[in-house]
Design a protein around this ligand. Structure first.
Ligand code: FPP
Ligand code: MG
Length: 322
C-alpha cells in the first residue's frame, strides 16, 4: 500500500514534479549523485507531500513557491537518515546498501552534511519568509536532541513519558513542521495553520509508533531494512515497553533488551516473546487513537481533494507495511 494511490491527479502531478526537483538538487556533483540517487529513490515522500498538500489546502499555491521547500524537506530527511545509519551502523535502508556500509562512516558523514547544506541553499536562494528558516532550524535541532536522548539511553527501558518525548522530537515535530510550512508559504490564516500543524503532530506520533512496530513484525523485503534493527542498536520502543509490563517472560525479554550485545538468536527470542503478548495490537490501538486526533484537527474548510488526501494519508500511516 502506498499513500500515492490516495492522491488526486494534481497532487500526483506535483509529486512527479518534486522527483525532478530532487534529482536536480543532487546533480551538482557526480559522486553525490551516484551516492544519493539510490538512497533517495526509495523514500515515501511523506514530508514534502504534507507540505505540498497543506500549501494547496485552500487555494492553489504556485509550484515555484513550494517545490524548493518541498525538496529541502526531503533532503533534510535523507540527511538525517544517512547520519542515523552511521550512528546505528545499519547496513540497509530503503532496500539498498546504506552510505556508511558502502563508503565508510567518514564519507557518509560528509554525504549527510552535503544534503543538509543543499537543503538550506535551496531555502536561502528562494527568498522564503524568515519564519521558514526558523521552523527548519528548530526542527533540525529537535531531531538532534531526540537522537541524542535516544543514544544516551541505549539498552535502558524508557518510561512512557520518555518514549513519547523521543518520538515527538524525532518524528512528530518534523511532520508538524511540514504542515506548518505549507500553511506559511500559502499565507493560510494562523488558526488553520495551527490546526494543520496539530494534525501533523498526531500523524507523526502514529507514524513513529508504527515504525517501531514494523521493526518487529515488518517484512524486510517490504520495509527495506533488517528486522530487529532497533533492538540490535539498543533502542527500546513501545512494543517492548508494553511486553515488559504484561508478559510472563518479561525477565527474559528484559535481559535481552538491556544486555548490551544483542545476537540474531536474541532478536528471534525477543520477537517471539513480544508476539505472544498484546503488544502489537496495543501499539496499533495507540497509533489509531493518534490518527483519530489527527483527523479531528483537520480544518473543515479545506479543498475537498486536499482534505481527502490528508485523511487518506492518516489511514495509510497505520495500515502501512513499509
Ligand atoms: C530514523 O528514525 C531517524 C530519525 C527520525 C532522526 C535521525 C536524526 C539525526 C541523526 C540527527 C539529525 C541530523 C541531520 C543531518 C539533519 P528511526 O531510527 O526510529 O528509524 P529507522 O528504523 O528507519 O532507522
Ligand atoms: Mg534508526
Amino acid at each position: 500500500m502506498n499513500f500515492v494511490a490516495a492522491l488526486s491527479e494534481t497532487a500526483e502531478k506535483n509529486l512527479r514534479e518534486l522527483e525532478e526537483h530532487i534529482r536536480q538538487a543532487i546533480s551538482d556533483d557526480a559522486f553525490i549523485f551516484e551516492a544519493c540517487e539510490p538512497l533517495i529513490r526509495g523514500g515515501k515522500r511523506l514530508r514534502p507531500m504534507l507540505m505540498l498538500l497543506c500549501a494547496n489546502a485552500k487555494t492553489s499555491c504556485p509550484n515555484e513557491r513550494t517545490m524548493p521547500l518541498a525538496t529541502a524537506l526531503e533532503l533534510i530527511h535523507t540527511a538525517s537518515l544517512v547520519h542515523d545509519d552511521i550512528i546505528d551502523t545499519s547496513k540497509k535502508r530503503r532496500g539498498v546498501e546504506t552510505a556508511n556500509s558502502k563508503y565508510g562512516a567518514q564519507i557518509a558523514v560528509l554525504i549527510g552534511d552535503y544534503l543538509f547544506a543543499k537543503a538550506f541553499q535551496l531555502v536561502a536562494e528562494n527568498n522564503y519568509d524568515g519564519r521558514v528558516q526558523a521552523i527548519l532550524s528548530k526542527l533540525v535541532k529537535n531531531l538532534c536532541v531526540g537522537e541524542i536522548m535516544q543514544d544516551r539511553s541505549l539498552f535502558v527501558v524508557p518510561t512512557m513519558t520518555e518514549y513519547y518525548q523521543r518520538i515527538n522530537l524525532k518524528t512528530a515535530i518534523f511532520l508538524s513542521s511540514c504542515c506548518q510550512l505549507g500553511a506559511i508559504v500559502a499565507d493560510i490564516d494562523s488558526r488553520d495553520g495551527e490546526s494543520l500543524a496539530a494534525y501533523g503532530t498526531s500523524l507523526g506520533l502514529a507514524f513513529q509508533i508504527i515504525d517501531d512496530v514494523l521493526d518487529f513484525v515488518g517484512d524486510e523485503k517490504v520495509t527495506g531494512k533488517p528486522r530487529g534493527g532497533d533492538l540490535k542498536s539498543g533502542v527500546i520502543t513501545l512494543p517492548v515497553i508494553r511486553a515488559l509490563s504484561t508478559s510472563d517472560e518479561a525477565p527474559a525479554l528484559k535481559k535481552i533488551v538491556t544486555g548490551g550485545a544483542v545476537t540474531c538468536t536474541d532478536i528471534d527470542a525477543a520477537i517471539e516473546i513480544i508476539r505472544a503478548t498484546d503488544a502489537v495490537n496495543y501499539c496499533k490501538t495507540r497509533a489509531e487513537a493518534h490518527i483519530e486526533a489527527a483527523r479531528v484537527n483537520l480544518p473543515s474548510n479545506l479543498k475537498t481533494s486536499v482534505g481527502l488526501a490528508l485523511e487518506q494519508i492518516a489511514e495509510f500511516v497505520v495500515a502501512r507495511t513499509r
